[in-house]
Design a protein around this ligand. Structure first.
Ligand SMILES: *Cc1c(COP(=O)(O)O)cnc(C)c1O
Length: 452
């Protein structure tokens, strides 16, 4: 038997909360395997930290949400939000399932094209589109969602200069009861700007109005805002039908459905707090039946969900570097994955589970990353078994906005693997090395030598 490591006794102030009917925080059960593959074995083979994705979970999530919408509305088309996770393998998986691409920059547009997505299957959003980018998107028949009047004028100029006709839609922002309002994107509904933009598009013979778009926010915790958003887009669509006899190809309700991550301010776990996906789908699809159209003329419903489809399919495996006591006696555990890899830990209480059967003794601890930065905290207060140096833990629900928002800072970005449906481990991205990082740098001649 291993000799037990001596730990200095400490007196810990008990933080008593009010009695409540939920009982005490559950001790975290170990997560030794992901899709039947041993976490520790993966970490030992591919290094730590390590991002792991589950192909099975991604496909399940997609099929489930797609079914929920398709049973409620006859024409549904998903578009994968690239910025949520643009690993080639992840995008390809969604395209295999039938998703189009939703992009918010030319970089993302080019990624989708390179992966083999046709222009006509790309939804081009965002406030940052260059003249060349717009021209290409028009020529390739992408769905361009105009964000502001300056962009509308750019599009008009391009179509005149190059003698083109452009299919366009507009992004509409509106008051849905969500604050702060996301009114920096698109044309406002309440002040009449959206109608103004539509009228200008309709009156231009080079522009062909094909759709309306909104994306009301992210991690939307109730169904009501979606209902309001859909109702407002239906008012606009009906105005186009009644006054201009324009029947849109599609109405795009964006993304924003929440994953099962719990926000920092939330007391209850997300699973207990959030509406079901069916309830969201009802809120989004019901208002569409108020369109002044016969069912055969109904527009396609586009959805651009990111987070909800990928978050719980991503795991971050991390190794314990050290345990220490803070000056006030609190336990802290230092792990090798920090906020540089997990930007989302600034606002989510990511679930953390040990990767091996560990001590049965639990204690609340702060989980620090390895960076020399005070803000490098993965969880400020999490009940965990007392993990030993060298043991692993798994940070859960990290599939969304992690491997796109991560930054190269102090340490190198690690390997990413995927467990396939067949139980194979495929490497999706190689860990970075010094050469890769230095490759883009140019050291001026006069700085190449020094003597110290
Ligand atoms: C980010 C984004 C999405 C995806 O949002 P999620 O909250 O991840 O579902 C969809 N559409 C647009 C325009 C976006 O900017």
């Amino acid at each position: 038997m291993d000799k037990k490591i001596y730990e200095r006794p400490v007196i810990i102030k008990q933080q008593m909360g009010f009695m409540n009917k939920f009982g005490s925080a559950p001790a975290n059960q170990p997560l030794t395997h992901i899709d039947n593959v041993s976490v520790v074995e993966m970490a030992e083979k591919y290094g730590s930290p390590l991002f792991v994705f589950s192909e099975k979970k991604i496909r399940q999530n997609y099929r489930n949400l797609n079914r929920i919408f398709k049973t409620r509305y006859p024409k549904v088309q998903f578009a994968w939000s690239y910025k949520t996770n643009y690993l080639n393998a992840v995008c390809s998986l969604f395209h295999q399932e039938g998703a189009w691409a939703e992009v918010v920059s030319e970089f993302e547009y080019e990624r989708a094209r390179k992966l083999g997505v046709k222009g006509e299957n790309i939804i081009f959003n965002g406030p940052d589109k260059t003249i060349e980018g717009i021209k290409k998107a028009i020529e390739e028949k992408a769905k361009i969602h105009i964000d502001h009047f300056d962009e509308l004028y750019d599009i008009i100029n391009i179509t005149e200069k190059y003698n083109l006709k452009a299919d366009v839609g507009i992004r509409v922002n509106m008051d849905t009861g969500i604050y702060p309002k996301w009114d920096r994107f698109g044309f406002n509904y309440e002040n009449g700007e959206a109608v103004q933009a539509l009228k200008r598009i309709i009156s231009n013979e080079r522009l062909n109005l094909v759709g309306l778009h909104t994306h009301i926010g992210t991690y939307i915790m109730s169904t009501e805002p979606y209902k309001i958003a859909a109702q407002k887009l239906v008012v606009l669509a009906n105005m186009l039908i009644d006054q201009y006899d324009i029947k849109l190809d599609y109405i795009d309700l964006g993304g924003g459905l929440p994953s099962h991550n719990t926000l920092k301010g939330q007391y209850l776990e997300a699973e207990q707090l959030l509406p079901t996906l069916e309830q969201y789908a009802d809120a989004i699809t019901s208002p569409l039946y108020d369109l002044n159209l016969s069912p055969s003329e109904f527009p396609t419903l586009f959805l651009e969900n990111g987070r909800v489809l990928i978050d719980d399919a991503g795991f971050l495996v991390s190794k314990v570097l050290a345990n220490k006591r803070l000056s006030d006696g609190r336990r802290s555990t230092v792990i090798d994955a920090g906020v540089n890899l997990l930007f989302t830990s600034f606002w989510f209480k990511h679930k953390v589970r040990p990767a091996q059967v560990s001590s049965t003794y639990t204690e609340s601890a702060t989980l620090y990353g390895p960076l020399c930065m005070n803000i490098d905290i993965i969880r400020d207060d999490v009940v965990l078994p007392t993990l030993k140096k060298g043991e692993y833990l798994v940070i859960m629900y990290v599939g969304a906005y992690s491997v796109t928002q991560w930054m190269q800072f102090i340490t190198l970005r690690p390997n990413i693997v995927m467990i396939t449906e067949e139980g194979k481990i495929e490497q999706l991205r190689k860990s970075e090395n010094l050469d890769y990082i230095m490759e883009q740098e140019i050291l001026p001649e006069k700085l190449k030598e020094f003597s110290i």
